[in-house]
Unconditional design. Sequence first.
Length: 222
Amino acid sequence: MHYRTLGQTGLQVSDVGLGAMPFGGMVTRADGTQFGWSGTDDRELIALVHRSEELGTNLLDTAAAYGNGHGEAVVGEALQGRRDRWIMATKVNPNQGIDADTPDEAAVRKRITEACEQSLHRLRTDYIDIYQLHAIPYPWAMPSAMGTLGGCPRISPSGSLNPSLACRTRAQMDHGPRHHLISALPWRLLSTTTLCEGPSQAHRGVSTELKPRSEHARSAKS
């Protein structure tokens, strides 16, 4: 397995990562209909994580939306006793529960903060290495969303323009080691090099320059 440094974070990630979208399994809606991934077994998925680790993979990408949180819970169980061997990435949809036509910056801040704390709980960890926005915030919500990601966590000790931030709950922010977080817009629309190498003063190190989807044709990420 080959490894590379993720932008300016100092994190060493494997060339091949493990996408955990199928870990969410099937979800049953209130009307009885189902959606998601069929044929999954939590025990097999946990074994998959462990086998991937044996092969040198250390990057795992999940999201709160996968199985309405079940995917994160499976990841959390799989990484018990081996959390420090993995770079864990997850995502939040900043628009969930937010009315697009009723600007409410406080609601956006609350949404992102609570979602992060819930992910930490499901993942059974006190830090998230890479935290991503799973959808583009509504235009009026963009400053609030980016400000929440950039204002609540600490700036990485490696430099004030480093887009790596620590993702921690308020109580954890005052104690223990710092860990990295990247506040990033959806991978399908943004250039990885832009996110990692083009700090934006307005968004505390996060560039929001849109790039054509075609530039991501070689991307292989869930």
